[in-house]
Design a protein around this ligand. Structure first.
Ligand code: IPM
Ligand code: MG
Length: 381
């Protein structure tokens, strides 16, 4: 019974295994290093919906902060067109080939939100541009900080960004009408590098605790491997306290006001990282307030963690979009390319605006426009 279904599924499974083994070989190869003295190219990619509005505003802020570096030819801001849902549908590609080639030419990217079609919305089934970019540029560390200084909260999440449930997220199989399979992938190389990134960050930033988050009591093989390998890396950092949490109790402890301050740096497989970082950002004021860094050995991409808000555009409210999340991402970008002081300056200015609340963006005409907020922010820079 079901011989044909089993045979076909095994054939597909064989191909999936081969694709993941090839990916491991690519991870093992050393990335080419950039020659010293070349300009740092920052690609600016507007995306869809409110994306172009908040991205343009943020790239203007970057241009004024980096004015002298740009003048001296040390930094180039390069606009990249074509990462729009219309162009992606026209080419039927998550990221059209020519856009991807341009992105690969950049050292780092500031990206506005991009629309992801989902089943039933009438759009063709195209993979998320985010997920595709993370895979294509091998941006394995998704770093998401959440800070609420007055509550003593200073968390940095290191979400694994290329594996887990996302590696083959579009490759699941309906084996029969009644049986569906998805796959989750953990590799030695993929786990070592995210765990090392988390511990290196803790070490360099004087954070004394790293928490390893899994559900290894149930998802024994892949989460078990993630936990074991992360603990091996932990041994190289004896001054840092390591603890282990299952993701369910972690989600509860983040709400526990007595305990949650103890968390500092957290390392998580992809899907748990996706969920937990939305929960964490909510304490800080919502996903609109948090930036997100996607970092690989060669490339990096910085983005707002919210979506493209197409409804705001349909209702003619696009100019009321809140640029804070992508501005936070821009601050992370500055620090990543070595401009720590400028990064701090931007973060401090955003903190001041958030505390003072003289100009507040609400997303509607009850609040300020994106442009008005930027003018206010510039008074603090
Ligand atoms: C995020 C988003 C993405 C993800 C979506 C848009 C595919 O939720 O960046 O957290 O699941 O990673
Ligand atoms: Mg998410």
């Amino acid at each position: 019974m079901f011989e044909k279904e089993i045979k076909e599924s095994l054939e597909k499974f064989e191909k999936l295994i081969a694709s993941q083994l090839e990916r491991i070989e690519r991870m093992k190869k050393e990335d080419e290093k950039k020659a010293a003295g070349e300009a740092i190219v920052i690609g600016i990619c507007g995306g869809d919906g409110i994306g172009p509005i908040i991205t343009k505003a943020t790239s203007n802020v970057l241009a004024s902060l980096l004015a002298s570096e740009i003048e001296q030819g040390k930094v180039v801001l390069r606009e990249i067109e074509g990462l729009t849902i219309e162009n992606r549908i026209e080419k039927m590609q998550a990221i059209p080939d020519d856009v991807l080639a341009e992105l690969k030419e950049c050292d780092t990217i500031l990206k506005g939100p991009t629309t992801t079609p989902q089943a039933g919305d009438g759009m063709p089934n195209i993979e998320s541009a985010n997920v595709k970019m993370r895979k294509e540029l091998d941006l394995y560390a998704n770093v998401r900080p959440v800070r609420i200084p007055e509550q003593g909260i200073d968390w940095t999440f290191f979400r694994e960004n290329t594996e887990g449930a996302y590696a083959l997220g579009s490759e699941g199989m309906n084996i029969t009408e009644d049986l569906a399979f998805d796959f989750t992938v953990t590799t030695t190389q993929g786990t070592d590098r995210i765990a090392r990134a988390a511990y290196e960050f803790a070490h360099n930033n004087k954070k004394d605790r790293v928490s390893i988050i899994t559900k290894a009591n149930v998802v024994k093989t892949t989460d078990g491997k993630f936990l074991e390998l992360s603990k091996q890396i932990a041994k190289e950092y004896p001054d840092i306290i390591t603890d282990e949490w299952y993701v369910d109790i972690l989600s509860a402890k983040l709400i526990d006001e007595k305990r949650r301050r103890d968390f500092k740096v957290l390392v998580l497989p992809n899907l748990y990282g996706d969920i937990i970082t939305d929960e964490a950002a909510e304490f800080q004021g919502g996903v609109g307030t948090a930036g997100s860094a996607n970092i690989g050995d060669k490339h990096s991409m910085f983005e707002a963690i919210h979506g493209s808000a197409p409804r705001m555009i349909q209702e003619g409210r696009g100019h009321y979009a809140d640029p804070v999340s992508i501005l936070r991402a821009a601050a992370m970008l500055l620090s990543h390319i070595g401009y720590f002081e400028l990064s701090q300056k931007l973060d401090n200015a955003l903190d001041e605006c958030a505390a003072e609340k003289k100009v507040v963006v609400t997303g509607r005409d009850t609040g300020a426009t994106c442009e008005e907020f930027i003018a206010y922010l510039e008074t603090k820079l």
